[in-house]
Design a protein around this ligand. Structure first.
Ligand SMILES: Nc1ncnc2c1ncn2[C@@H]1O[C@H](COP(=O)(O)OP(=O)(O)O)[C@@H](O)[C@H]1O
Ligand SMILES: [Mg+2]
Length: 197
């Protein structure tokens, strides 16, 4: 399966999502992560951890052999035609979005192009969702669905363990000093299962 992670805005959890989905699929089958962000954020992160997936950039990906899944992290702000192309070259386009009005606005602006895509070609993933009593995640999810967009059932909640994982160069599951490590990882496991379902 080829899964591309793309979004209209930066800082919405694209790299985090690509790394954690790569870790999820790597537990099942040989998986590679392709870092096509010029800032090479995934590579910098993954290189420090005990990642069980290999990381390639766009130039070296031709050297990758015998993998079952490829997860592609991209830079922000693809043009409309890039999005269409990404859905054609991937089995699934995952579009992370934070839940702030500002972040959602970026998704809403592209409703035109998204609603022309086949429903099963892309899925919006709500990320960095604030904890209760905030209902922001649920509210945004309902609004996007009502607009006819394809949205993951499961949302990625906001936990400070992501910052620790980034600092340690690993995925949240591997952070020893945080009791939310397993809970945070569980969110990505649910999303991975949704992809496989
Ligand atoms: N679920 C989350 N909870 C808390 N912080 C998060 C979460 N997801 C990502 N972050 C943090 O938000 C920042 C931006 O995430 P990143 O994945 O680099 O976004 P992008 O690749 O879209 O620019 C990073 O510092 C990351 O650690
Ligand atoms: Mg990134």
């Amino acid at each position: 399966m080829i899964i591309t992670v793309a979004s209209f805005k930066g800082g919405v959890g694209k790299t985090t999502t690509a790394l954690h989905l790569a870790a999820f699929f790597a537990e099942r089958d040989k998986t590679i992560l392709v870092d096509s962000d010029l800032n090479r954020s995934a590579s910098r992160w993954g290189n420090r951890g005990s990642a069980r997936f290999e990381i390639y950039d766009e130039k070296s990906v031709g050297e990758a052999r015998e993998f079952t899944h490829m997860i592609i992290d991209t830079a922000a702000r693809p043009a409309d035609e890039d999005l269409v192309r990404l859905t054609e070259t991937s089995d699934l386009l995952v579009i992370p979005s934070a839940t702030s009005a500002f972040a959602v606005e970026a998704v809403v602006q592209t409703i035109g192009i998204l609603s022309e895509l086949p429903q099963d070609s892309y899925k919006i993933l709500l990320t960095i969702v604030p904890p209760p009593p905030s209902k922001e995640g649920e509210k945004v999810q309902k609004a996007l669905k009502k607009a006819g967009l394809s949205v993951f059932k499961h949302r990625i909640r906001r936990y400070s363990v992501y910052g620790k994982a980034e600092a340690e160069g690993c995925i949240v599951k591997e952070v020893k000093s945080d009791r939310y490590a397993g809970i945070a990882w569980g969110d990505y496991v649910e999303v991975g299962k949704e992809i496989l379902a």
